[in-house]
Design a protein around this ligand. Structure first.
Ligand code: NDP
Length: 299
């Protein structure tokens, strides 16, 4: 194995520590940033995410407001709650956990969030700001990926970047961020022809697909930076019947033999998402009070 393993868990812990330091500074002026999380329904994975978000929010010294609604909650109820949170001065950031139950139009809910409190960066205003190069909130997972990429290579100008996946949550904002770093960006998806050949051109390869071990070692350009966003649960018979384990979209051992640097799954991109959410909440708290955003993102 030749690649540097990018330790997202350690980077995320460092970032959370820097956020906590900035929050402690703010608290001396009586400012306590607040993050509200809305969960509708009882999806077990979403419940775990929400619990982890709440715990880490409190750990960095922020206030956490959890709003748990039943799976039967109506769209009107969720919109009314978002309106209350928009108006609540103690709330700096609002996160609505997706997916929402089928009777609720997620896009309508996202668009109801005050763009100044949209710490997930999903509101079209923030997506548009990213696209036009204006400061705003950037989606947490792609922001985390960029921080990890820059932790091993600070200057990305001129590099060929390939992003596999074009979701609004990961693929598209990732492509915009890399373009903002002056990479030459290709966005691949399920209709891309000869994906392997496209990937082989990449100095930076970001896989955000949701297909276990799809990207093979021989798809990787020697020395490339490989970022694996995928979270896929697969059977793990060695651990016992019915047991599962989490793997990424990249066949890790094969890819690590060729890449220059690579994120593992778990312990790569995953921990960065909540750390970036806390970073964005701090940004929201500073912005709403006209305070400068502390510098946090140094590797
Ligand atoms: P989506 O399902 O919204 O998007 C998947 C993308 O992959 C689509 O653009 C799709 O193309 C593309 N795709 C599907 N099959 C292929 C294929 N065979 N070849 C090339 N492209 C393909 O997923 P998300 O973007 O929300 O998430 C992607 C992965 O990242 C998932 O595993 C998810 O669990 C994980 N994730 C991890 C996070 C974290 O680490 N914290 C946060 C968010 C997501 P098309 O558009 O043509 O259908």
């Amino acid at each position: 194995m030749s690649a540097t393993i990018i330790d997202g868990k350690a980077y995320a812990a460092g970032l959370r520590g820097r956020v906590a330091g900035a929050v402690a500074d703010l608290s001396r002026d009586g400012v306590v940033p607040g993050l509200a999380v809305v969960l509708a329904g009882s999806d077990p994975a979403s419940q775990i995410y929400v619990r982890n978000k709440a715990r880490q929010t409190v750990e960095v010294g922020m206030e956490s407001f959890e709003h748990l609604l039943p799976a039967t909650a109506s769209e009107a109820e969720v919109l009314a709650l978002v309106a209350r949170l928009n108006a609540d001065p103690a709330v700096d950031g609002i996160l609505v956990q997706l997916p929402l139950p089928a009777q609720i139009d997620s896009q309508k809910v996202i668009e109801a969030i005050d763009p100044g409190k949209d710490v997930d960066g999903f509101h079209p205003i923030n997506a548009g700001r990213l696209m036009t190069g204006v400061p705003g909130f950037v989606s947490c997972t792609p922001l985390g990926c960029l921080l990890l990429i820059r932790s091993v290579r600070p200057d990305l100008a001129g590099l060929d970047a390939v992003v596999i996946g074009r979701s609004n949550i990961v693929g598209k904002p990732m492509a915009q961020l890399l373009l903002g770093q002056s990479c030459t960006v290709t966005v691949a998806h399920s209709r891309t022809r000869d994906l392997e050949a496209v990937c082989r051109r990449a100095d930076i390869l970001v896989a955000a697909v949701g297909r276990p071990d799809m990207v093979r070692g021989d798809w990787i350009k020697p020395g490339a930076i490989v970022i694996d966003v995928g979270i896929n649960r697969v059977p793990n018979p060695q651990a016992g019947e019915g047991k599962t384990r989490v793997v990424g979209d990249v066949a890790f051992a094969e890819a690590a033999a060729v890449a220059g640097a690579i994120t593992p799954v778990p312990g790569g991109v995953g921990p960065m998402t909540i750390a970036c959410l806390l970073r964005n909440t701090l940004q929201a708290a500073c912005q709403r009070r006209g305070l400068p955003m502390p510098a946090l993102d140094a590797a």
